[in-house]
Design a protein around this ligand. Structure first.
Ligand SMILES: C[S@@+](CC[C@H](N)C(=O)[O-])C[C@H]1O[C@@H](n2cnc3c(N)ncnc32)[C@H](O)[C@@H]1O
Length: 270
């Protein structure tokens, strides 16, 4: 019997939005590999202490802890119930290693210690900062929070399709993930995106997650990182497989390609 067959049928009334989100959106194993590779390329050794800003359920941080026996993770997020969910479903199952995880409920701009080797802000969460001064203030705090040999990792997406109002549906095991690019203001780049989940019985979890972002570009954030004092900023661009689909393989690049929809990692070194 397959795992899907044993699991009760998902419906909007029974499904757990955090589980649905983690399962559909996150790939922490690939991200911790990327962090090791980018950090080692800069400093010739592996990092140990990770801070995950906008950590949500600390899925990345817990994967980091599982990766090596001395790794630690500090997660910072404003939302208490989300942190509680992460504590129960991700941190406690680590067993004794849970002692290497710390969750802090606060604004990411107000936390600057303990010092980290790597600070990661993923799934475009840093787009919650709309103004230039606001984002620069956040990036300055990231730099302050890092050791002398320290790396900030941000992800970013773009391309012409990012500005198109559209739904993108993807089948997951037992449900459908719906990415809804709902509103875009070409003057301010204010950008509203929503996540919905649909179920085989026809029910839907509408607006399970809603993001009110600014759509930032790579040159804008690169300039701000350098103004915030980072000494070097690199861009890792995702390659394509034989069918032209995103390969999940990110390599250092300074030209990219003019894909209508791209995802990239930005690394900045203290
Ligand atoms: C897009 S989710 C990202 C969750 C997770 N990082 C991931 O990769 O899926 C954004 C998270 O940022 C948190 N958040 C938003 N503004 C924040 C702030 N100023 N300080 C700390 N957390 C914040 C929200 O509570 C939410 O959990």
């Amino acid at each position: 019997m397959s795992r899907t067959a044993r699991r009760p049928r998902l419906t909007a009334a029974t499904a757990d939005p955090h589980w649905l989100y983690e399962n559909a959106v996150q790939n922490p194993e690939a991200e911790v590999e990327f962090i090791d590779r980018a950090f080692a390329a800069a400093y010739g050794r592996l990092p140990r202490d990770l801070r995950e800003d906008f950590c949500g359920t600390l899925n990345l941080g817990c994967c980091w802890i599982r990766r090596r026996p001395d790794n630690t993770a500090l997660g910072v997020d404003l939302d208490g119930p989300t942190l509680d969910w992460g504590r129960e479903h991700n941190v406690l199952p680590l067993g004794a290693a849970a002692a290497r995880a710390t969750l802090v409920q606060d604004d990411v701009r107000r936390v600057s210690g303990p010092p980290a080797d790597v600070l990661a802000a993923t799934n475009f969460s840093w787009w919650c900062f709309h103004g230039r001064a606001e984002l620069k203030g956040y990036l300055e705090n990231c730099r302050r929070s890092l050791r002398d040999e320290g790396m900030l990792m941000l992800d970013i997406f773009g391309g012409s399709e990012a500005q198109v109002l559209q739904f993108e549906e993807r089948d997951c095991e037992g449900y459908t993930y719906v990415w809804d690019q709902d509103a875009f203001n070409p003057i301010t780049h204010e950008y509203v995106c929503r996540i919905h989940f649909r179920f085989p019985d026809g029910s839907e979890l509408t607006d399970a997650f809603v993001y009110r972002w600014r759509l930032w570009s790579i040159p804008e954030v690169r300039d701000l990182l350098l103004e915030a004092g980072f000494s070097r900023v690199d861009v890792y661009w995702e390659g394509a497989d034989e069918d032209g689909e995103p390969s999940g393989d990110f390599q250092l690049d300074d030209a990219g390609d003019n894909s209508p929809a791209w995802v990239a990692y930005i690394t900045a070194f203290r």
